[in-house]
Design a protein. Structure first.
Length: 286
């Protein structure tokens, strides 16, 4: 494995197999971004979601997926050449990976990057396999999604990564990242799994007094059919929808979802309906 990759992972000071998996996955994500930069992908698209928050804005949890949006709608966009650039970049760094693009079924194009977990973690740590507690067939997976029909009304900014060498990435602006996160909080279909990561991220935004870009949130909600009024979404309506969502939240399931992605469980010990109602009152809109 490339020495630069080992140095990047060493900075995480991992103490367990899960921490090594999380660190390796995040380094994989950064190398994916490098491959996309080499292919001029960010002239056409921007990075958003939890991994963008983690890598560029200091979100204190790990994130699994890489989410991108075209700057302008283009349902005919061909993603495969950019995925091939990612695979080439990872291979050049000594990572043995495969990329599986899913059959296009909607305006969201997706693919999975897969690497042999045990093989790569042992290469990093030089520890015997039986001491790592990782199944021999376990895979590290990074999901990549691209929205080819983005809702209107978002701004972007340029951020930089310095390792393995400096390059730039276009990301959504923070207020638009918050709008995307609130769309997930309000509209994501939970079924039997509550995405505690969305609620964790909401707290992160509020703690930093980043406002929600309400117009972009409205555009997202209209696109997915969750807001059909002929009137503009107001702060009061937004807060009312959030209050209803909090009242339905299964706190225990939300905590269970976030545990594997944080180092300190005390970060979520205070979670309750009352706590989230207090957080909601603190949200600023713009």
């Amino acid at each position: 494995m490339n020495d630069a990759i080992k140095k990047m992972i060493d900075q995480y000071n991992c103490q367990s197999a899960q921490e090594y998996v999380n660190a390796f996955k995040e380094v994989m994500q950064e190398i994916c971004l490098l491959g996309l930069w080499r292919s001029n992908f960010f002239q056409k698209a921007a990075f958003y979601g939890g991994s963008a928050l983690r890598i560029f804005y200091g979100l204190d949890r790990f994130s699994e997926d890489l989410d991108f949006s075209l700057r302008q709608p283009n349902l005919a966009f061909i993603f495969m050449p950019y995925l091939e650039s990612i695979e080439l970049e990872l291979s050049s760094m000594g990572m043995d990976v495969t990329i599986d693009q899913k059959k296009k079924q909607s305006t969201i194009q997706s693919a999975f990057i897969k690497a042999n977990t045990l093989k790569h973690i042992v290469m990093i740590t030089s520890s015997p396999a039986n001491k790592m507690g990782i199944h021999s067939n376990a895979k590290i997976k990074v999901k990549i999604e691209l929205d080819t029909n983005p809702p209107e009304g978002f701004d972007t900014e340029t951020k930089y990564i310095l390792q393995p060498f400096p390059f730039s990435v276009s990301t959504f602006a923070p207020s638009d990242l918050f709008a995307g996160k609130m769309h997930a909080v309000l509209c994501r279909a939970w079924k039997n799994r509550v995405k505690g990561r969305d609620w964790f991220d909401m707290i992160w935004f509020v703690a930093r007094k980043i406002p929600v870009h309400l117009n972009h949130l409205e555009a997202r909600m209209r696109q997915t059919g969750h807001y059909k009024s002929t009137k503009t979404l107001t702060d009061e309506q937004f807060k009312s929808l959030l209050t209803d969502r909090i009242n339905c939240l299964d706190i225990k399931k939300a905590q269970d979802d976030i545990y594997p992605f944080i180092k300190d469980p005390d970060q979520i010990a205070v979670w309750s309906h009352e706590f989230f109602h207090d957080i909601a009152r603190r949200i600023i809109t713009s």
